[in-house]
Design a protein around this ligand. Structure first.
Ligand code: FES
Length: 170
């Protein structure tokens, strides 16, 4: 992991002008995750289509993140990394790749990158389970871990999470 003491230019750029920001109408998959360290929240939406070779690819992707500079930048950059990737390729995008593609994050902010990696995995999980498809073991394990974390976050930040969920439905 890159040991840098401030945000890179790329982080600031993504924060100031996030790519693919917003809510998606009728997404094929939705991933919602919370950060157990700070309680910040991210939603990620995907549209899946088949390419010419018949492989399922992420055709469109959007996010909403209620978090810090690093959380917004990692959310923005993961949408660039995942777009046009097959589901299998997108599942492999991890925190290291996200942080690397931003030129690094200050060590104290590396935990913020778990939102983006988790939300993408959850959106793919959601798509596969809605379509009654086989879920790869790694994705299954990630989902279980995220569910466990969600319970912990709910205990810690119950009041705010309920308000956020109500507002999100509007
Ligand atoms: S401080 Fe919460 S995601 Fe960065």
């Amino acid at each position: 992991m890159n040991k840098i003491g401030s945000y890179t230019k790329k982080v600031i750029k993504h924060f100031q002008k996030p790519h693919n920001y917003g809510r998606m109408k009728n997404p094929d998959g939705v991933g919602k995750v919370g950060n157990p360290i700070c309680g910040d929240v991210m939603w990620l939406y995907i549209k899946v289509e088949k390419d010419k070779k018949g492989r399922e690819v992420i055709k469109d992707i959007k996010f909403e993140t209620f978090g810090c500079v690093a959380a917004i930048a990692t959310s923005s950059v993961i949408t660039d990394l995942a777009k046009e990737k097959t589901l299998e390729e997108a599942t492999k995008i991890d925190r290291e790749e996200i942080v690397k593609s931003l030129g690094g994050l200050p060590p104290i902010k590396v935990h913020c990158s778990i939102l983006a990696a988790g939300a993408l995995a959850e959106a793919i999980y959601d798509y596969l389970s809605k379509n009654k498809r086989k879920i790869p073991k790694k994705l299954q394990e990630k989902h279980q871990q995220i569910e466990k974390e969600k319970k912990e976050i709910k205990k810690k930040y119950k009041e705010w999470i309920e308000i956020e969920e109500k507002m999100h439905k509007k």
